[in-house]
Write a protein that binds this ligand. Structure first.
Ligand code: ZN
Ligand code: ZN
Length: 122
């Protein structure tokens, strides 16, 4: 188990998570509805170049939505195409991008460079 903390203020950003596999591939299912979450609750997956940690959207209790509404554009939820849209709720540092609109994936991508993992799981 691991908990990812804000590298800036050390506040926990995630709940307890463990390495897991995607529930489906990167292609979103056809249709105009919000896709099922890419990751199961309580799991994370490191992306291909280790710059992002992919999580379930409900696994980030220590984050808050970005204060700039331009980062939150989307029709059913934030599309996540305009830069990081989740900040640390303790210090406002940009830490993740959430995408859960009807034409995007449904996940949160935590920016690896902005977090520290404790205890080390890998
Ligand atoms: Zn939509
Ligand atoms: Zn912080």
């Amino acid at each position: 188990m691991a908990i990812f903390h804000c590298a800036n203020c050390q506040q926990p950003l995630t709940g307890e998570v463990q390495p897991g596999e995607s529930l489906r591939g990167p292609e979103r299912p056809p249709g105009n509805e919000i896709a099922s979450p890419r990751m199961a609750l309580g799991t994370f997956k490191v992306n291909f170049d280790a710059s992002l940690l992919i999580l379930h959207p409900d696994d980030l209790p220590g984050t808050a939505l970005h204060s700039d509404p331009r980062r939150l554009t989307g029709c059913c939820g934030p599309a996540g195409q305009d830069g990081p849209n989740l900040v640390c709720s303790g210090c406002d540092a940009e830490v993740a991008t959430k995408e859960c609109d009807c034409w995007t994936d449904n996940l949160v991508a935590l920016i690896a460079a902005t977090v520290v993992e404790e205890p080390k799981a890998l």
